[in-house]
Design a protein around this ligand. Structure first.
Ligand code: CA
Length: 471
């Protein structure tokens, strides 16, 4: 085909693509798909139906995988909440900017959160006219310069800390000026933008309600919804409505955990239903994933994966991960190559024609998901656990891990998903270690004391909770 014909074909395809999309979605901005990221908290790999959960039922979350892509090798950039979220929201390895620990709840300390030099996906989408809302757990800084409304979101409904109580009766601290210890923040009233409100519903249901309202209100324009449920993160708290779905589960922790996941699943169902009713599902990209692997001592199930939350074995970093975008991506596909949460920013940026402020570490997945490219999206994926001098690197089937206890091993992940048989291939180990060192050479040390330093931080910051502004 000569160049001219190619151009004509391309243009016609583009034109029909636009007409097709425009008609189906009723949107004036077909080139700007709506974006919804649904992030679960501490959900294990085998805690969803599409990854074979034997006991938890997730019919609506499973629909996302059925309507699009089931990523079997979907990773996050870290094995605990804060750093993983920093990676997700910036599209960059968080070690590049020193967000390598869970931040402390310290509203007067500007260093405890996402550096202002970083651009969030919401800030990037603002540059092309999106309306953005964050719902749920923030955990990227409680300082007044780092809250969601300062980081690109037009609306916020949720809380600033790393976790929260679920029942309205426990939301008994009026605002952050009444927080006097790290975990007190779990009891604060919920924030609606800058106002503390008296929420009456079970927290997960409240977040789903607000998500549906945001979609309804903004259906006529490109929007980005960052729906970061804190479920099923501890404390394990569920209502009878969801507990009653699991009479056969006898273990109380597991039963409550399952019920909490069901609440998330109902929320996903309500959002999907709303998108369909408004006829905007076709041009909405929905990503579903967990921020890190499950903690099996707190009710989660990582299936065959080794270890869990806090570890760089698969159980800590490989998560339930699915996506749908019906107008572009064919349904019922499995994608086996490794992908990472950082790819979400890169994918959205490419599709929404954003020029990101900082270099991204992720990859636009769309050409791979539509079959235009067949090689793996990533040559290598890396993880660093700075405080334990631990790391992991995966290239193709090979993964080399130095774990938090200093134990090293090379594994063939495609044959040995449980990382149980270390392969004594010193040449391959050398190669992977060299790749890791090259990547790590541009990283910086953590820029703040984290949750593990809570005690020493209190000693060096005796006024941490004194004279905190009401908010
Ligand atoms: Ca988490």
């Amino acid at each position: 085909m000569n160049l001219f014909l190619k151009y004509i074909t391309f243009s016609l395809a583009g034109l029909f693509g636009i007409v097709h999309t425009s008609c189906q979605n009723g949107t004036k901005n077909p080139s700007k798909p709506n974006v919804i990221i649904i992030l679960a908290d501490d959900l294990g790999y085998a805690d969803v139906g599409f990854n074979g959960s034997p006991d938890i039922k997730t019919p609506y979350i499973d629909q996302i995988a059925k309507n699009g892509i089931h990523f079997t090798n979907g990773y996050v950039s870290y094995a605990v909440c804060g750093p993983s979220r920093a990676g997700l929201i910036t599209g960059r390895y968080q070690d590049q900017f020193g967000f390598s620990r869970n931040p402390l709840f310290a509203p007067k300390d500007v260093s405890q959160g996402l550096p202002l030099s970083e651009q969030t996906l919401a800030e990037a989408l603002h540059t092309v006219g999106y309306k953005n809302m964050a719902i749920g757990k923030w955990h990227l800084g409680a300082h007044k310069t780092q809250r969601p409304l300062e980081r690109g979101f037009d609306e916020f409904f949720g809380f600033l800390s790393g976790g929260h109580r679920y029942f309205p009766k426990d939301l008994n601290r009026n605002d952050i000026s009444e927080v006097t210890a790290q975990f007190d923040a779990y009891n604060t009233k919920i924030l609606q933008n800058n106002t503390r409100i008296d929420e009456q519903e079970y927290l997960t249901d409240a977040f789903s309600r607000e998500a549906v309202n945001f979609v309804k209100t903004n259906a006529h324009q490109p929007f980005f919804l960052y729906l970061a449920y804190n479920a099923p993160h501890t404390p394990l708290e569920a209502t009878e409505k969801y507990l009653s779905r699991y009479p056969e589960i006898k273990n109380e922790k597991r039963k409550t955990f399952a019920a909490m996941v069901s609440a998330v699943d109902d929320g996903v169902g309500n959002i999907l239903k709303t998108l369909r009713e408004l006829e905007i599902e076709e041009n909405t990209m929905i990503f579903f994933l967990s921020d890190n692997g499950g903690n099996e001592s707190k009710g989660a199930n990582n299936g065959s994966l080794r270890e869990g939350k806090g570890w760089l074995y698969e159980g800590g970093i490989r998560v339930p991960f699915a996506m749908q975008w019906p107008s572009v991506i064919k349904k019922s596909q499995k994608f086996e190559h490794p992908v990472i949460s950082l790819d979400i920013f890169a994918t959205v940026a490419a599709q929404s024609k954003i020029n990101p402020k900082n270099p991204l570490d992720g990859v636009d997945l769309i050409p791979y998901l539509t079959g235009h490219m067949s090689q793996p999206p990533h040559e290598a994926i890396f993880w660093r656990h700075y405080d334990r001098d631990a790391f992991a690197v995966r290239t193709g089937a090979s993964k080399y891990v130095k774990d938090r206890n200093g134990k090293k091993g090379l594994f063939d992940i495609t044959k040995d998903i449980s990382e149980s048989n270390a392969v004594p291939d010193s040449l391959e180990i050398q190669k992977l270690k060299a790749q890791y060192d090259a990547w790590n050479s541009s990283n910086i040390p953590p820029q703040f004391d984290g949750l593990m330093q809570n005690k020493s931080y209190n000693q060096t910051h005796p006024n941490r909770f004194k004279d905190v502004e009401k908010y």
